[in-house]
Design a protein around this ligand. Sequence first.
Ligand code: TRP
Length: 446
Amino acid sequence: MAGARGEFSSRLGFILAASGSAVGLGNIWGFPTQTANNGGAAFLLVYLVLAFALAYPALMAELVIGRYAKANIVSALQQVSNSKASRFIGTLTGFAGIITASLILAFYGIVAGWMIAFALAPAASLFAAESTTDWLTGFSTERNMIFMLMTTLIISGGVRNGIEKWSSRLMPMLIILLLGLIAYVMSQPGAIEGLKVYLLPDFSRSIDLQLIVAALGQAFFSLSLGVGTMLIYGSYISKQENIASLGRTITLIDIGIAMLAGLLIIPAMYVAQYNGVEIFDAAGNLIAEDTLIFTVLPALFDTMGGAGMVISFAFFVLMIIAALTSSISMLEAPVSYVSEVHGLSRRVSAFLVGAAIVLMSTLIVINFTELFGFVIAVTTRYAQPLLGLMLCLFAGWIWHRNQVLTEIKAGFEQAEHSLFWKIWPLYIRYVCPLAIAAVFAQKVLG
Ligand code: TRP
């Protein structure tokens, strides 16, 4: 292993792995409910603008730094630094990224554990194993461990035999399940009303600053930015690939799947309403977050009789797949650091880091009310955008412009004369840092 660094076998291999990272619970769960609660297509428009204008450039910063340095986020930021001070800041930023990735995985693994439980619980109850059903739907830590074990095993397999192999198997399944579920839900009474809520813009909401903050956070989370995940995946791209077009493809797939998921979740809620399930909360908003997934949708599946069982299983398997291809990318960020910098084998690094994250997960579960929401807020609302900002500063100000161009030109000879090179450097130098700082200031100042 050592010496010969891992690399994706092909362009498609990278696309499946990186879109597997991007497409996760954020797309299938977060995006549709945010859209429905923030003015439908009005939110969608703001989201599209932010995703292309801010998230895509930030994604490119990570991919380019990663492929240039061929290393984990800490070593990579050290490599692009040009002074003692920037090296120090790079090291700090890298560590903060790795810790953020681990914390995100700690709560993500808990949520994914619930998905496993909800996928298996109906089958368990069918075979009358009541204790098993209780264990599954009860509040056990073991479920999170099953998910973390799957994640760790895949990562211990390495880039080609772990990440790429499993992403290539799981991503097609995800798309088939998603399309199948959409087709079924759309054929149910009530679905069309949901479709209208989702797709017709309510422009009274679109200038709302809160909405812009929400859309930016969603875009950064959805593209897995700021914590070194995309950077390390970028480090496994061959120098023959056109990295600007790869980044664009990942952004388009991520947005595309999020929009598709909206065609499933929002109509499903209105089908549930048609079937007599309550879908609005006291404030008149569509029920979102955990209640949506673990109460509203199961109630809907219950009204569907025998078909409901199959649909329920398919839905939660979809969620597990989405979560798994994302969680492996989160784990890869700290694991690549431990194995590259501390010289441990990939297997040992994966299990050590995996165990540490299980520990964090367990702490969160034990202190659920205090920690769960807190960790989510700190990592996704604050750490991620701030770290994204730092990475833009590194790519835009600290790293030498000529080196950046040389790196992009590998696999994209005409880069210098492309539209990309006319716009992107300005974006990561000025537009992204200022916009992120503005949104962040607004958030802190209230
Ligand atoms: N993008 C994934 C989602 O939408 C989650 C994810 C994967 C992530 N890797 C990440 C989020 C790194 C933040 C940082 O669910």
